[in-house]
Design a protein around this ligand. Structure first.
Ligand SMILES: [Zn+2]
Length: 403
C-alpha cells in the first residue's frame, strides 16, 4: 500500500519546513488538512522527528464538545537523518475515514466520476436537473456506471464547495455579483463586519430603469417603504389616537388610501380618513405635511401603473416577473448563491422578452403614466416630523446612476 501512496517519496528535504510544504501540497490536492501530531526533539531547540496526521485524527477529549475529531488513521512520519543532513518522509498509513474536507484545487472533478461523467453531472446540475434525474442519464450514457444516487448528491455538494472556494455564503454572494458585473451598493457594520444593506442591480436592468424608472419604485422602494411609512406614522401618532378601535380603523383606512387604484378612489379614501380623524386635526396635519402632500401623486401613480398596458399585453411585467421569481424560488432548496443565479436567469428572460416587444413596435407615449412623462421628480420640501431616509437615498441613486 505504501508504494502506491501519493505521499511515498525518496526525496530528501533540506529542512522540516520544506518537508511540511511538500506534504501540505499533496494533501491539499486531495482535499485533506495535515497537522503535526507530535514532535520529538534531540536537544531543546532541534526537532528530529515529527508525526503528522489528519486534522480529523485523534479522539475528542470531551464527548459532548462539538469536534471534528473522528480518529482518522492517516499518519506520516518525518525524520531528520544525519547521514543525509536532511529530512525523509515515511508513510505509516495513507487512509482516511471520511470525505475530503477542503476544496480540491486542481482536482475539482476527479473524485469518483470519470471526467466525462463528472462534466455531464456538472452541466446538468447547472441546468437545475435534480440528482434523481441525472442518474438515469448517466446510466444510459455509460452501461458500466455503478453510481448510486448518494454518489451524485455527494458530488453535487463537492461542486458547490469547489465553486465557493472556501468563501462564506455571504462572501460568495458578493463574489458572484461582482464577477457577473452587477452594480453594487452595500453597507457593512464597522464593528461586527456584518453586511447590513445590499443593493444590486444588473447592468441591463439599470439601463431599463433609466428609461422606465418606475420599475425600481414599484418593486423595491415602494413596497419596503410602505412598511417604513406606517412605522413612522405609528411613532408620531399612536399617542394621539388613544382608542385601540380607532387606531385599527385608522390603519385600515390608511392602507386603503395608499393603495387607491385611481385618483377618484384616492379622493374618496382620503375623505373617509378625514371623517375618521376629524377630532385629530394634528394627525391629519402630520399626514398631509409629511406624506400625502408630496407623495400622494406617487402613491396613486404607482398603483395605476399596475394597469398600464404596453400594447395589448396584460398587466405590468415587473409584477409578473416577480411572480416568476417567486415560483422559481419555491421549487428549489435555496441557498444564497442559488438565489442569485435564479435572479440572474429571470433577469435574462425578462430582458429578452422586453427587447422582443421593442422590436415589434415602439411603446406609445400615451401608454406611459403621466408621472413619468415629467422630466424630473417633484422637488421635496423639508421634513418636519422625522426622517424616512427616502430622499437622501433617492439622491444617492440619482448621483451614482445618472452619470
Ligand atoms: Zn483524515
Amino acid at each position: 500500500m505504501e508504494n502506491i501512496s501519493e505521499f511515498s517519496t525518496n526525496q530528501v528535504f533540506r529542512s522540516r519546513a520544506d518537508l511540511m510544504t511538500w506534504v501540505q501540497n499533496v494533501a491539499r490536492s486531495r482535499g485533506y488538512v495535515i497537522v503535526t501530531k507530535r514532535s520529538n526533539a534531540i536537544t531543546k531547540d532541534f526537532i528530529s522527528k515529527i508525526v503528522l496526521g489528519c486534522d480529523r485524527g485523534g479522539i475528542a477529549r470531551n464527548k459532548n464538545a462539538q469536534t471534528k475529531k473522528i480518529n482518522c488513521p492517516f499518519e506520516l512520519i518525518g525524520k531528520y537523518l544525519k547521514a543525509h543532513d536532511g529530512w525523509k518522509l515515511r508513510v505509516v498509513r495513507d487512509e482516511q475515514n471520511h470525505e475530503p474536507s477542503m476544496y480540491m484545487e486542481g482536482h475539482p472533478f476527479a473524485m469518483r466520476f470519470p471526467d466525462k461523467e463528472a462534466l455531464l453531472v456538472r452541466d446538468l446540475t447547472e441546468l437545475d436537473v435534480k440528482p434523481r434525474n441525472i442518474l438515469p442519464t448517466l446510466k444510459v450514457q455509460n452501461q458500466n456506471n455503478v453510481s448510486a444516487l448518494r454518489t451524485i448528491y455527494n458530488f453535487v455538494q463537492k461542486l458547490g464547495r469547489s465553486r465557493r472556494k472556501g468563501r462564506t455564503p455571504m462572501q460568495n454572494v458578493m463574489h458572484i455579483l461582482q464577477t457577473k458585473g452587477y452594480n453594487l451598493l452595500y453597507r457593512v457594520n464597522t464593528v461586527t463586519n456584518e453586511l447590513e444593506e445590499l443593493f444590486f442591480i444588473h447592468p441591463i436592468s439599470l439601463k431599463m430603469w433609466q428609461v422606465f424608472p418606475y420599475v425600481v419604485l414599484m418593486d423595491a422602494t415602494y413596497k419596503t417603504n410602505k412598511w417604513n411609512i406606517f412605522n413612522d406614522i405609528t411613532k408620531h401618532c399612536r399617542q394621539r389616537i388613544k382608542p385601540q378601535k380607532t387606531w385599527n380603523s385608522f390603519h385600515l383606512k390608511w392602507k386603503k388610501l395608499v393603495e387607491s387604484p385611481t385618483l377618484n378612489a384616492y379622493m374618496q379614501n382620503y375623505a373617509d380618513l378625514q371623517t375618521l380623524l376629524f377630532e385629530h386635526a394634528d394627525v391629519l396635519d402630520y399626514l398631509y405635511t409629511v406624506w400625502l402632500g408630496k407623495y400622494a401623486e406617487r402613491f396613486v401613480s404607482l398603483r395605476t401603473n399596475k394597469h398600464v398596458n404596453f400594447r395589448n399585453s396584460t398587466t405590468n411585467r415587473v409584477e409578473s416577473q416577480h411572480g416568476k421569481l417567486k415560483k422559481h424560488l419555491e421549487s428549489v432548496k435555496c441557498d444564497l448563491d442559488k438565489f442569485i443565479r435564479v435572479i440572474e436567469k429571470v433577469l435574462q428572460s425578462q430582458a429578452i422578452a422586453i427587447k422582443e416587444t421593442f422590436t415589434r413596435s415602439p411603446i406609445p407615449l400615451d401608454s406611459i403614466d403621466d408621472f413619468w412623462r415629467k422630466l424630473d421628480l417633484k422637488p421635496f420640501i423639508s421634513m418636519e416630523y422625522g426622517d424616512l431616509n427616502v430622499d437622501h437615498r433617492m439622491q444617492r441613486f440619482k448621483e451614482i446612476y445618472n452619470n
